[in-house]
Ligand binder design. Sequence first.
Ligand code: T4K
Length: 375
Amino acid sequence: MSDKPLFVGRPNIGDKADFDRHVDAMFDKHWLTNDGELVRELESTLADYLGVSHCIALCNGTVALELAIKALEMHTEVIVPSMTFIATAHALQWQGVKPVFADIDRDNYNLCPRSVESMITEKTTGIIGVHLYGRPCNIKALEALAHKYSLKLAFDAAHAFGSAYGDAMLGRFGDCEVFSFHATKVFNTFEGGAITTNDSQLAEKLRLMRNFGFAEEDRVIHLGINGKMAEINAAMGLTNLNSLENFIAHNKRNYQAYKKGLNSVNGIRLIEYKEAHANNFHYIIIEIEEEQFGHSRDKLKAHLQTHKVHARRYFYPGCHLMEPYKSMMPEVDQRLPHTNAFSKRMLALPNGSQLDIEAVAWICSLIKDLNEAAK
Ligand code: T4K
């Protein structure tokens, strides 16, 4: 194996000649941002692909979350998982809304509807589910809760582009869904994001809000911000969309190679992707049972690091143990046993189009070696 470092989050990059063609067209038109042709083309292609009426392209996933929260008029308290990237919680807090952390289901690491229901009070105005690692939340149960208590429901689908819930692509559920197209995601626009929705009024409001509230020249009719996606980002998106199928197929091959390579290692459990829900296979998550494996998760991470394999603890600790939430709500820790246990046991391993089957075999052999050494 070469001593090239291997990373979680290495970007998938499509055909560079295709990208150059889009960029040449952009320069020829002298149109770089503000609702340009490439952004419009990307939006309509994405909406078709996801089977949703509206796609609003934005500058990143975090601003997209903030716009969704604001446009849905979520306020006071909103229930979210703590087992997510800190941006999900920060987007709420930044909008003056308190994130109330609910626990995850032990089996799928997504929001546990029972935990959510136990935290609903008269202050609750919404729920944001996160399709962690691209696996769908228990959408039906969350929709039922939102209906029962008249709450807004949004999904943070940052991990879930190209994944489905049964026959339906993620992106069509709740009041809206929010994607990240960051460089590290299965589909990237360098930086970027989008909100998808079937609600035409919400879509119109979001389009106004991402462009300072301008309805037309000199006429502002809503509070707004600059959340626009630039043409160069859309050029990358259109390029990468052409390769998306290949990216996902490559991820799936790697996932199967990890499955084979880790099958016989004591104390390692690889994330399962159910046939019933198509997935982008971007996240290779393992759970380490210290007693059986013979070493802690952090020992394994350090061992891989000495061989230039940069694994990541996505996500450790839970958001509730990061600031400002840790100081604001120290009591919450007691209520999140599954989040706490899982975040201490999990590790994300490299995947993506830059990683080949030989590299996967090498990573598995490093894990096996450490397990053997403990016997
Ligand atoms: N909700 C969820 C559930 C999310 O996971 C995220 C973002 C968001 C919301 C917010 O969406 P955005 O506002 O970001 O669009 C990274 C990403 O920056 C972040 O987008 C992502 N989630 C999060 C899970 O990962 P960090 O702080 O871990 O990034 P960093 O710089 O440590 O890089 C991650 C890994 O990727 C490293 O191993 C290096 C590698 N990498 C990274 C870049 C940018 C490369 O190899 N090449 C690159 O160009 O947050």
